[in-house]
Design a binder for this molecule. Structure first.
Ligand code: MLT
Length: 237
């Protein structure tokens, strides 16, 4: 069965249920999961997602070797080493990064008790689809992190792009069919659609429009990442 959690309230509801036996794929296309994928593809050793800015700072106090990354309102919190732009993550090699973002890391945290938590973005869709083909999940939950408390189009499009690549012809929920139809409607105009989203407009307003172009690229990284013992690591050699 493929199910899709379309917004934060639905993620909270599902996180209170038994997630054993569930493979979750978390999408926060603009920009948290795109930054995670870019970082791990470029040589970041591991990313530690945490909920709050204070928790991130506390981790760094205990281990000064860590880098702090993330955003609030799209911008890096005071004293952080980097924000939430994928191009910043592309420059980090061989370091461990603590990351906190408004929706993305919160969504990852919410489903941490699932049997498997994978990280999804447009950037690694084919790799994810190949992985799920060779490691089929009986219960697949696609988690759309959203923007603030709201549904976000970009995460639903990415979830639909994954649904469209999976060989399941039975056991697809209404929400999964809806995201697939949305993806088919968007076609190749990903960059254009992402610019029209609430988060896309906000990123352009704060001068981060280049991040949208980066995140709108399809399957440019052959990489699958998994949450393992609180760290997001690459499963790909
Ligand atoms: C989030 O986690 O809410 C987003 O990644 C926000 C952003 O940096 O655009």
């Amino acid at each position: 069965m493929i199910q899709v959690a379309l917004c934060p309230s639905e993620i909270r509801r599902i996180s209170a249920t038994d997630l054993s036996g569930v493979t979750a794929v978390v999408f926060d296309v603009l920009r948290a999961t795109s930054s995670v994928i870019t970082g791990l593809a470029s040589g970041v050793e591991a990313i530690i997602p945490v909920r709050t800015v204070e928790e991130a700072r506390d981790r760094k106090r205990k281990d000064p070797e860590l880098l702090l990354a993330g955003e609030r309102d799209g911008l890096p919190p005071q004293g952080f080493d980097l924000g939430n732009s994928p191009e910043e993550f592309a420059k980090i090699k061989g370091r461990r990064v603590v990351m906190t973002t408004t929706n993305g890391t919160a969504a990852i945290e919410s489903v941490r008790l699932a049997s498997k938590v994978l990280i999804g973005a447009l950037l690694n869709l084919d790799a994810l689809a190949d992985y799920l083909f060779t490691h089929p999940a009986r219960n697949l939950l696609l988690v759309c992190a959203g923007t603030g408390e709201e549904f976000s189009l970009e995460d639903a499009v990415a979830a639909g792009a994954l649904v469209a690549r999976l060989p399941y012809d039975q056991g697809v929920s209404d929400s999964a069919i809806m995201t697939r139809s949305l993806y088919e409607r968007v076609g190749n105009d990903l960059d254009e659609w992402l610019r029209e989203t609430k988060n896309g407009k906000h990123l352009q307003k704060i001068g981060k429009g280049a991040d949208i172009r980066w995140c709108a690229r399809l399957s440019v990284f052959n990489l699958v990442c998994q949450l393992s013992g609180g760290n997001i690591i690459s499963l790909t050699d």
